[in-house]
Design a protein around this ligand. Structure first.
Ligand SMILES: NC(=O)c1ccc[n+]([C@@H]2O[C@H](COP(=O)([O-])OP(=O)(O)OC[C@H]3O[C@@H](n4cnc5c(N)ncnc54)[C@H](O)[C@@H]3O)[C@@H](O)[C@H]2O)c1
Length: 306
């Protein structure tokens, strides 16, 4: 039995990237745009072949799995899930949902890749607001696993669950936002980091090149491996609970973070480490490999396999 039909509405940079994930995973995939998009699909597939993620034969098979159409009704008819990735324009997106839901009724989840528009706003005027949510990937969307899933005031839990299930089946890593927030989860952090970087650069502390290099060869490496909170907690033996004692007053937020980290550690796959010590071993090995791939570190470990 097939995996069911997905439709992509708007197949530019972000839409094409997500679509090739679905196509590679064997979904029947309809691709609708107002301009030809075959080259966008090829570009994303080529990037994956080039990165060694799939073979050329798999990419060709995936490409041929797509139904390329300029007929919206044909694209979304029978789809269980519609990923909308048109331009960042509220009126355009709302108008698309009305057209889509005239065809799908309440039978399809509609996920928007919007970066800035809240799902409750997207739902306004919709025929079936309970079906609409945000499914926000990051560029390059064909490669980065994360998709932030965020329902609005009127989204049903069943449709949030369905989105999570489908993104997982597409090979992505969905994380559900527990409430609506501008910037979802990660952009809150990355926009704050960009603001801080601008302040340092405009304040004459460093150049643009120095700022990026500092992150690439410093904390950016750690974040890629252990995120933000766990990374910081590894800076002190005993983690967040010990940090207050070492660097000053412990505050209640640190304890909340420490409790959250206990939970995170308990749920980590064993290979990634399940306590501070084993996570540090995992971190060091992973960072060494990234540095090797960047050509800045030669590895001399036994069997070259940290
Ligand atoms: N670029 C990023 O880094 C990024 C990251 C995450 C989310 N997003 C979000 O994804 C969405 C798309 O961004 P993008 O960078 O892929 O833009 P893009 O310009 O590359 O792609 C947009 C696509 O939508 C199509 N389109 C426009 N009007 C249409 C219509 N009426 N019907 C059908 N298709 C239509 C365009 O032809 C184009 O192919 C935006 O909401 C953006 O906020 C972008």
């Amino acid at each position: 039995m097939g995996k069911g039909k997905l439709a992509f509405v708007g197949v530019g940079m972000i839409g094409a990237g997500l679509a090739v994930n679905a196509m590679l995973q064997g979904f029947e995939t309809a691709l609708y745009d107002i301009q030809p998009v075959e080259h966008n699909i090829w570009a994303a597939l080529h990037a994956l072949v080039d990165a060694g993620v799939c073979t050329r034969a798999q990419a060709e098979e995936a490409f041929n799995r797509g139904h390329y159409t300029d007929d919206l009704a044909q694209a979304v008819a029978g789809a269980q899930f519609v990923q909308e990735c048109v331009a960042e324009n509220l009126e355009l997106k709302q108008q698309m949902y009305r057209q889509i839901q005239e065809i799908t009724g309440d039978g399809a989840v509609i996920a928007s890749s919007t970066s800035m528009l809240l799902p409750s706003k997207l739902q306004e005027g919709a025929l079936h607001p309970e079906c609409i949510l945000v499914g926000h990937p990051y560029n390059p969307s064909y490669l980065l696993p994360l998709v932030e899933v965020c329902g609005g005031e009127r989204t049903s839990q069943a449709n949030v669950d369905k989105a999570v299930e489908l993104y997982t089946a597409m090979g992505k890593m969905p994380i559900v936002c527990r409430k609506e927030a501008f910037g979802l989860i990660v952009n809150m952090v990355s926009w704050a980091a960009l603001d801080a970087a601008k302040k340092a650069i405009l304040g004459g502390v460093c150049t643009v090149e120095e700022m990026d290099k500092a992150l690439m060869f410093g904390p950016g490496l750690r974040m890629a491996v252990t995120g933000q909170v766990l990374t910081i907690s590894l800076g002190v033996k005993g983690g967040m609970r010990a940090m207050g004692a070492k660097y000053g007053q412990a505050n209640p937020e640190d304890l909340i973070l420490a409790d959250g980290l206990d939970e995170e550690l308990a749920h980590r796959p064993k290979a990634l480490g399940q306590d501070h010590e084993s996570v540090a071993v995992f971190r060091d090995r992973a960072i060494a490999r990234i540095l090797r791939d960047q050509g800045v570190l030669e590895l001399h470990g036994e069997d070259d396999a940290p």
